[in-house]
Write a protein that binds this ligand. Structure first.
Ligand code: SAM
Length: 393
């Protein structure tokens, strides 16, 4: 039998298949990518690609997930009357045994997903990852999204904000970026990647915070001191910050240029607290008065984000009102909040609270679109996400 030529791993369909497996997309998604690689069927050539490039280190995967994928793949090839490579049967047999053994012991409820952002040819992002066109972040998550610790799962809006950050780095680079309800920390990793001057992540759940710190370390960011571990990464701080109990002073001390929030609009009980938080974080006047009171021992060790200067509303919009550390005018702080609208009443409640609090909420869903860097993820659709830009009126 003539040997078929090996598949080129740089083909988009091959990159999608590999990325989907690393991100632990559902088996149906992997099967669909595998079919695309083989022009409609999972040929021996595709199977060989999977063995050589996707499963070369099967120990890296969560065993029950891989077992399920192998089972579906074998069933699909058999169903198509194709020929299953022997190695697949062998690997599947190994997993059946190992998982039986495993189930007797204690199961770890955390898994490692690897989220890859795939950049198109000629993208300026190539300057930061010139060789691969792929940026991959390993992230520890909980197995089950509904296990209770919602912050240990990757929610679609954080994928969206990550795409936004990587597509429009100019909105975040050299800025102090502060995220609320940061969950696993993916947005923070992207902010550090585009060189935000400082990244502060926060969450009100302690186990989520511990998991977030773990993920930052996993991606070579130093969390404890906020000092860079190597030159390519920014400093990242993690704060325990429940919206209900965050004090005004604590919030004023942060003085962000950009506030971010992904999938944080879902619990009506929390929304008044969330809006209070935004009002304080986005209010320039608050910040200016708090700056006056900053002691030399203030949290901003290097004085980098100390703002002073008068507000200017001559044209009806706050802009360039304060001076940054280098004397350059600083723009008024802005929040980018991304969300999936699961309950329109909750979303409208958030809008009405924002309106009452004199926040300016602009819907950017149609005007600020990120690149599609996660096309391989069939479980995530950019179109499901709403993007708000919020400023203080
Ligand atoms: C749906 S998850 C989204 C996590 C992450 N932003 C993402 O998109 O993947 C909501 C996050 O907000 C945090 N959160 C919810 N209510 C909060 C509150 N009242 N104070 C602080 N954090 C809160 C949760 O702990 C969780 O990490």
């Amino acid at each position: 039998m003539a040997t078929e030529q090996a598949l080129d791993p740089s083909l988009p369909c091959c990159r999608y298949l590999l990325s989907a497996l690393l991100a632990m997309e559902p088996s149906e998604c992997l099967i669909s990518h595998a079919r695309a690689c083989g022009g409609g069927s999972i040929t021996e050539q595709v199977q060989q690609f999977i063995l050589d490039h996707c499963l070369s280190t099967p120990g890296d995967f969560y065993a029950p997930y891989l077992k399920n994928f192998l089972k579906k793949l074998i069933a699909q090839v058999e169903c198509d009357h194709g020929c299953v490579l022997d190695q697949f049967y062998e690997l599947y047999a190994q997993y059946i045994t190992s998982i039986k053994d495993d189930s007797l012991g204690k199961r770890d409820s955390r898994i490692c997903k690897r989220i890859s952002f795939l950049f198109p040819d000629g993208c300026s992002e190539l300057q930061t990852c010139p060789h691969s066109r792929v940026l991959t972040f390993p992230l520890q998550c909980s197995i089950n999204m509904l296990e209770g610790d919602t912050g240990c799962s990757i929610w679609p809006s954080s994928l969206f904000l990550s795409e936004l950050i990587l597509s429009h780095p100019e909105l975040f680079s050299n800025k102090l970026c502060f995220e609320i309800g940061s969950g696993v920390g993916l947005v923070g990793l992207c902010l550090a990647h585009v060189k935000a001057s400082k990244v502060i992540l926060s969450d009100g759940d302690l186990s989520t915070l511990a998991n977030m710190k773990f993920n930052l370390e996993l991606n070579n960011l130093n969390v404890e001191t906020g000092i860079q571990r190597n030159e390519d990464t920014g400093s990242v701080k993690c704060l325990f910050l429940p919206w209900e109990s965050a004090s005004e002073t604590q919030l004023q001390d942060i003085m962000p240029d950009v506030v971010l929030g992904a999938d944080v609009i879902y619990d009506p009980v929390c929304l008044p607290h969330l809006v209070r938080l935004l009002v304080i974080l986005l209010n320039r006047k608050n910040m200016d008065s708090s700056c006056k009171g900053l002691s030399p021992n203030s949290k901003h060790e290097n004085g980098e984000h100390y703002r002073k200067g008068a507000t200017d509303r001559s044209d009806g919009i706050y802009k360039s009102v304060s001076n940054g550390w280098n004397g350059q005018p600083k723009e008024a702080p802005v929040a980018y909040i991304a969300c999936v609208i699961r309950n329109i009443e909750t979303f409208n409640y958030f809008l009405s609270l924002g309106d009452k609090a004199n926040l300016n909420m602009e819907d950017l869903t149609d005007s600020l679109k990120p690149m599609n860097l996660l096309l391989y993820m069939q479980s995530y659709k950019q179109a499901d996400i709403k993007l708000l830009r919020i400023t203080s009126n």
